[in-house]
Each structure stands twice: as structure tokens, then as C-alpha cells.
Design a protein around this ligand. Structure first.
Ligand SMILES: Nc1ncnc2c1ncn2[C@@H]1O[C@H](COP(=O)(O)OP(=O)(O)O)[C@@H](O)[C@H]1O
Ligand SMILES: Cc1ncc(COP(=O)(O)O)c(N)n1
Length: 545
């Protein structure tokens, strides 16, 4: 094994550092580091967040080990600190190299974190030598934590050895008796039991019971590798009863790191205060969802890829139809669908969307006041496919749930709908949020509520919205002048008056939103094309001034 030349691990490094905290008690360490212990402890009570310490190896491929633990805890809303026991050169093909961190430096990392950082749960992964196991057990005896989760990592799924059998004695005699749960896969369970063959769910039951004799409070034997099993079955034994956790087996090559992620998710749930059974249940569901979500992503060319812990990669970057960011110019010709009108003309909503885009609409909003939720989601998904193909953003009127379920590009809300601030917290930083505003005060509020644009109107009387007060061109201009956000005008706008709206002379008025003038007509494409040409003429006149 290669030796370390990196300064980080140089023995001198510890000498030139400031005095380390040597208190053996977490509470004492915190008080010692504060000028005002009482005030600090008060703060601790108020803002304490669940904290998992992962003691594991680094996986350069980012799918397993420390990297999986960090991502899993992040996804579950739990803070994760790390003690690195080994650095591996690893990818989707296998493990090309392993470099061990010296035991003394593992100990130094452990003490740094445990003395200071209020760890709730310790989760262990790759412990590459008996020396590291012993150091860990010694240090853990000094610091009280709520729970210890042991994933007895011995080999990667590619079959490469990450810890040899010399660590077994340390597991049997010292670590397992301290563990609240140990989570071996079939091979690890077999190794812990001296090489017995495990090929059925019944074998998993008896293995869990035998491993329990080493002293852990719970044993979870994972069946990800159970041959010929349609489901992914895991067996938990708590010393009295067996519990079976079953998930459908996801057909995917992206299962690298499932074991690490399951264990760190259990640790995260325990840190939040869940009982063991519930923690395992949530963790199992988390892994299944993440695998299902990322079953088709392609990272690396080897036989085993990582999965998407944050359930986000595919979401944000569909390879062929990636959505670009929002631009105020998207507001130029804003088409708002109305199911009643389209039905009258014998058109489905996706057909209406397609026709509007072909005529030159630059953004689409689905406004469905009558559709059932399930139908609305399906309409949104079908419309989104068309919008993505043409690079046109799709927004949903009012229904944040439908936007989330369909992965639409954003939501438009009114003054009595969910606050844009809350919508933002649900949709995240990338989605587009629009707000209807009639007054300058509402426009200012929309900006501080993190909206992307405002819709202002009704500019002219309209039959589309009952009891809607009109603000006229003067009202529109007042709102635009107060707004730091781009504005789209709405309400009774069509080919005949769109020019007069765009000519009110405020630079942040970026376009017109139209319902009846496009969709209460026989040919949506023709009407959209005519309106687009009016708007293009206004823009070119403005540009030439
Ligand atoms: N293809 C799959 N579909 C669904 N769940 C799976 C799949 N493969 C593994 N799991 C689950 O992932 C978790 C980790 O199991 P396993 O892959 O056996 O561990 P390890 O990564 O330690 O080998 C278990 O809950 C297992 O049931
Ligand atoms: C650093 C490190 N720790 C753990 C694993 C096990 O993960 P898997 O069984 O999914 O290969 C790994 N491959 N690398």
C-alpha cells in the first residue's frame, strides 16, 4: 500500500496546530470553548439540529462511502460530519487503489468532531484495519452519543476488498456489542458468521439471529444480492421479533452505494428521534425511491453506477430537453389556456398548447379551474413534453401540487393563493414564480417574496374572470413603475389593443398575457401568429427610437 505524502497527514501538522480540546465530556468541551458557557448552552438548546458523524472511507466516484453518507444526510435534512478512514480510487468499473489514513489521524479527526460538535448518532462504514476499529471503540467509550449504526463494509459491490478478515475480531469483540444496529449485506453476514452460505430469506432470518448474539441491539440483514428474489427483502431482528422490509426490486445498474446510503439514512432518522423500526422503514423507502428515480441515469461506463441521492439530477437535467433559465423576454406572448373555451372548439389542452407555440407563444400557463387533480397532472405532463420540445416554459396557475407532480417550470399565483414566499420554499430556487398584482404595494411585495415576474391587470374588461376590477392603462403604468420585476399585462387584451398596451412607455413591461383572443377562436395558430406579428412590430419600432 502506498504511503502518505500529503501534508494533511504529516505528523508535524498536529504540532503546529492550536491546542486541541482534551475534555472527555461533550458538555464540558462546549463550555470550555465559550466565554459564556450558560449563554452558549442556551443557544445549543434553541438551534440544535440532528447530527450524524460518518466514520468511513472516501469513494472518489462519489457513489458510496463518505460521499453517499453526506448526500443522504443532506437529502434527509440532517447535518453530517465526517471522519475519513481511507481514501479509495474508485469508479463504476471497480476499486483501483486504497490508501489508509493512519490510525492516529483517524483518532485525531474523531476527537476533533466529538469534542466539539454535538454528534447525535455515529455511523460507521469502511473500517479498513483492526487498529482503526480499536481506536474507534476506545474513543466512542469516551463520548456519549444517542446511537451507533454499524455498516460492516468489507468489499465493494464490484468485489474489491475494502477491509480484510483481520477486522472481524474487532467487530465481534468490541464494535458490535456497542452497536444499536448492524447492517450486513449477505456476504458480510456470511463473513461475520465464519463463512456460512446464505441463499434464502430463511437463511437471512437465522443469520440475523446469530449475529445478534455478538451483542448489537438490532441486526438488519440486507437482501439486495439475494439471488432470484423478485423483491429486495431485508430482515430486521430486534432480539425478540423479526421484521421483514420489502421493496420492489428496481431494474437498474445504478446500485453502487445502496448499503452506505441505507445505513446513513437509518442514522439520520435516529438522529431526528425516530424509533429504530420507523428509521429502517424510512431508510428502505428512501433507497427504493432514489433507485427508482435514477434507474436510467448514466454516470461512468462500468457495470455499476451511482444513484441520485438528492432525487434531482434527472429532474434538472433531462439530457435531450433541458430547460434554459427564465428570461423576462419569455413574457412577450404569454398564452393562458382555458379548458372551457378549448372544449367548445373541440381541442384538447395539449393540442391548444401546441397550436399556440406553433403560432409564436413564448410562454404557456395552464389555467384549469375545473379539471380533477389527476387529470390536471396528466394534462400538465403532456403539455410539458410539447413545451420542452420547443424550449417554451410551462407554468401552472395556482396549483403548486400539480407543478411539482408534473415538473412544470413554475407557478402563477393570485393575491389570495399561496404566498409566493411559501411557493418558493416548495418549488426551490430554479422554478419560475409569477404573481398577479393590481397595486404598486403588491408589486413591491411580490419582489420581496422572491417572485420572478408580475402579471398586472385586468387592463381592460374581460369575460374570462368574473368580478375582476379593471385598472386601465394608467393603473398598469403605475404598477410597472413601482415594480422591480418584469411585468406582463393581462385582461381583455387581443390583436386590436395589444399595441396600445405595449406602447405605454415603461421598459419593464415585457409582454401581454392572452386567453380568449387565442383560445376562443377557431384557429389558435393563426390568431397567435397575428398577435405575435403585432408585438414584433411594436418591439422593432421601440428599438429604432
Ligand atoms: N435493485 C434494487 N431495488 C430495490 N432495492 C434494492 C436494490 N438493490 C439493493 N436494494 C436495497 O438497498 C439496500 C442495500 O442493500 P444491499 O445492496 O444488499 O447492500 P450493499 O450495498 O451493502 O451490498 C437494501 O435495503 C436492499 O434491499
Ligand atoms: C469507500 C467505500 N465505502 C463503502 C463501499 C461499499 O459500497 P458498495 O457495496 O455499494 O460498493 C465502497 N464501495 N467504498
Amino acid at each position: 500500500m502506498a504511503s502518505f505524502s500529503c501534508t494533511l497527514f504529516h505528523p508535524l501538522y498536529s504540532k503546529i496546530r492550536c491546542v486541541s480540546v482534551s475534555s472527555s465530556s461533550r458538555g464540558l468541551a462546549i463550555a470550555a470553548m465559550s466565554n459564556n458557557g450558560a449563554r452558549y448552552q442556551n443557544l445549543e438548546e434553541k438551534s440544535k439540529i440532528p447530527h450524524v458523524l460518518s466514520v468511513a472511507g472516501s469513494d472518489s466516484g462519489g457513489g458510496a462511502g463518505i460521499q453517499a453518507d453526506l448526500k443522504t444526510c443532506g437529502a434527509r435534512g440532517v447535518y453530517c460530519s465526517t471522519v475519513i478512514t481511507a481514501v479509495t480510487a474508485q469508479n463504476t468499473v471497480g476499486v483501483q487503489g486504497v490508501n489508509l489514513v493512519p490510525e492516529e489521524f483517524v483518532e485525531e479527526q474523531l476527537r476533533s468532531v466529538l469534542a466539539d460538535m454535538q454528534v447525535d448518532v455515529v455511523k460507521t462504514g469502511m473500517l479498513p484495519s483492526i487498529g482503526v476499529v480499536k481506536v474507534l471503540c476506545r474513543v466512542l467509550k469516551e463520548y456519549k452519543v444517542q446511537a451507533l449504526v454499524v455498516d460492516p463494509v468489507m468489499a465493494s459491490t464490484s468485489g474489491d476488498v475494502l477491509a480484510n478478515s483481520s477486522i472481524l475480531a474487532g467487530l465481534w469483540e468490541e464494535l458490535l456489542p456497542m452497536a444499536d444496529i448492524v447492517t450486513p449485506n449477505l456476504k458480510e453476514a456470511s463473513a461475520l458468521l465464519g463463512g456460512v452460505k446464505l441463499t434464502t430469506v430463511a437463511d437471512m432470518h437465522s443469520a440475523a439471529k446469530s449475529i445478534h448474539n455478538f451483542g448489537p441491539r438490532h441486526v438488519l440483514v440486507k437482501g439486495g444480492d439475494l439471488p432470484a428474489s423478485l423483491d429486495a427483502v431485508d430482515i430486521l431482528f430486534d432480539g425478540i421479533s423479526f421484521h421483514e422490509f420489502r421493496a420492489s426490486r428496481i431494474q437498474t445498474r445504478n446500485t453502487h452505494g445502496t448499503g452506505c446510503s441505507l445505513a446513513s439514512c437509518i442514522a439520520a432518522e435516529l438522529a431526528k428521534g425516530s424509533p429504530m423500526l420507523q428509521a429502517v422503514q424510512v431508510a428502505k423507502r428512501y433507497v427504493e425511491t432514489a433507485l427508482n428515480y435514477s434507474k436510467d441515469i448514466v454516470i461512468g461506463s462500468g457495470p455499476q453506477g451511482p444513484f441520485d441521492h438528492l432525487l434531482n439530477l434527472k429532474h434538472n437535467f433531462p439530457s435531450s430537453s433541458r430547460r434554459r433559465g427564465f428570461s423576462p423576454d419569455d413574457l412577450l406572448l404569454y398564452a393562458v389556456t382555458d379548458s372551457g373555451m378549448n372544449k367548445r372548439w373541440g381541442r384538447s389542452i395539449p393540442d391548444a398548447v401546441k397550436a399556440a407555440i406553433e403560432g409564436g407563444a413564448t410562454i404557456i400557463q395552464l389555467r384549469e379551474k375545473e379539471a380533477d387533480t389527476r387529470e390536471f397532472v396528466e394534462l400538465a405532463k403532456a403539455s410539458l413534453e410539447i413545451c420542452r420540445f420547443h424550449g417554451v416554459p410551462l407554468l401552472i396557475n395556482d396549483r403548486v401540487d400539480v407543478a411539482l407532480a408534473s415538473d412544470a417550470d413554475g407557478v402563477h399565483v393570485g393575491q389570495s393563493d399561496m404566498s409566493p414566499h411559501v411557493v418558493r420554499s416548495l418549488l426551490g430556487p430554479d422554478k419560475i414564480i409569477g404573481v398577479s398584482c393590481k397595486t404598486p404595494e403588491q408589486a413591491v411585495q411580490a419582489w420581496s417574496d422572491t417572485a420572478d415576474y408580475i402579471g398586472s391587470g385586468g387592463v381592460f374588461p374581460t369575460s374570462t374572470k368574473a368580478n375582476n376590477k379593471t385598472i386601465g392603462l394608467d393603473g398598469l403604468k403605475t404598477v410597472c413603475l413601482a415594480s422591480k420585476l418584469p411585468v406582463v399585462a393581462i385582461g381583455g387584451i387581443g390583436i386590436a389593443n395589444a399595441g396600445s398596451v405595449m406602447e405605454i412607455g415603461v421598459p419593464n413591461l415585457k409582454g401581454v398575457a392572452v386567453v380568449s383572443a387565442l383560445f376562443d377562436r377557431e384557429c389558435v395558430t393563426t390568431e397567435t401568429r397575428k398577435l405575435r406579428s403585432v408585438l414584433t412590430d411594436v418591439l422593432s419600432t421601440q428599438a429604432s427610437k
